[in-house]
Write a new protein. Structure first.
Ligand SMILES: C[S@@+](CC[C@H](N)C(=O)[O-])C[C@H]1O[C@@H](n2cnc3c(N)ncnc32)[C@H](O)[C@@H]1O
Length: 223
């Protein structure tokens, strides 16, 4: 189910002006191929958050075809490193980034983000730390992604996670009547409890798109 009222979402989507024509084309391509990319209302929220935060460096976990990475680079001029585990999807992201002319701003890395992040952390310098980490990959690994993101974050960095309400299932079992997603739901609930209970982070959960958590990290890497 949609976590937001259909009529309200449709109305908000009529206000969506999109990004540049080339990114609109990439959104249309992803939607046609049923590649899950950030929803329009989530995109609007994240772009304005980034405009307020004005990050220099953003790390994304889960590139898919490169849509959100290019969107962030275009929308706020930051440099984006994005990680994609699936080889074919990584190659599509890479060619989209090149064909759309974002290769000076967007770097696509291939591999399981848990390994790639460990490698990024080894020997990272102060200047290479990230202002924002956007987690948008396998939901059952969100806690691992979070823990691995911390040493990569500057103080006062934002960690933003998408899909945390899982079509309402995080809030109530009634949205998973056949208990198909029991384990993912349990893991997501544990993750939310974890991040909302940390003394070094301030977290809020917004019912936008499929649920977005926004956390401000006060003592990154020093926990
Ligand atoms: C929801 S899509 C990302 C959408 C993209 N952020 C956007 O909005 O354009 C999630 C992607 O994460 C990738 N993924 C899943 N688990 C991963 C992992 N452990 N490491 C890296 N990528 C992963 C999937 O292959 C998939 O392409």
């Amino acid at each position: 189910m949609n976590i937001t009222n259909k009529i309200i979402t449709s109305y908000i989507n009529t206000l969506y002006t999109g990004s540049s024509p080339k990114l609109n084309e990439l959104r249309a391509f992803a939607e046609e191929k049923r590649v899950p990319i950030i929803l329009k209302d989530t995109e609007g929220l994240l772009l304005n958050l980034l405009r307020i935060k004005r990050p220099e460096r953003l790390l994304e976990i889960g590139a898919a075809v490169g849509y959100s990475a290019c969107c962030f680079a275009e929308g706020c001029g930051c440099s984006v490193t994005t990680i994609e585990a699936d080889k074919e999807t990584y190659e599509t992201a890479l060619s989209n980034v090149q064909n759309l002319g974002f290769d000076d701003k967007v770097k696509v890395l291939h591999g399981d983000a848990r390994e790639v992040m460990e490698n990024l952390a080894s020997g990272i310098s102060e200047e290479e730390l990230y202002d924002v980490v956007f987690i948008d990959a396998a939901k059952s690994h969100y806690k691992a992604f979070w823990d691995l993101a911390l040493p990569l974050c500057k103080d006062d960095a934002l960690i933003i996670c998408d899909n945390v309400l899982m079509k309402g299932m995080t809030a109530s079992d009634e949205y998973d009547p056949n208990k198909k997603y029991k384990t993912s739901i349990r893991k997501m609930r544990e993750f939310i409890k974890y991040i909302t209970g940390l003394d070094y982070a301030d977290t809020c959960i917004l019912p936008v798109g499929d649920g977005v958590s926004i956390s401000v990290i006060r003592k990154a890497g020093k926990v």
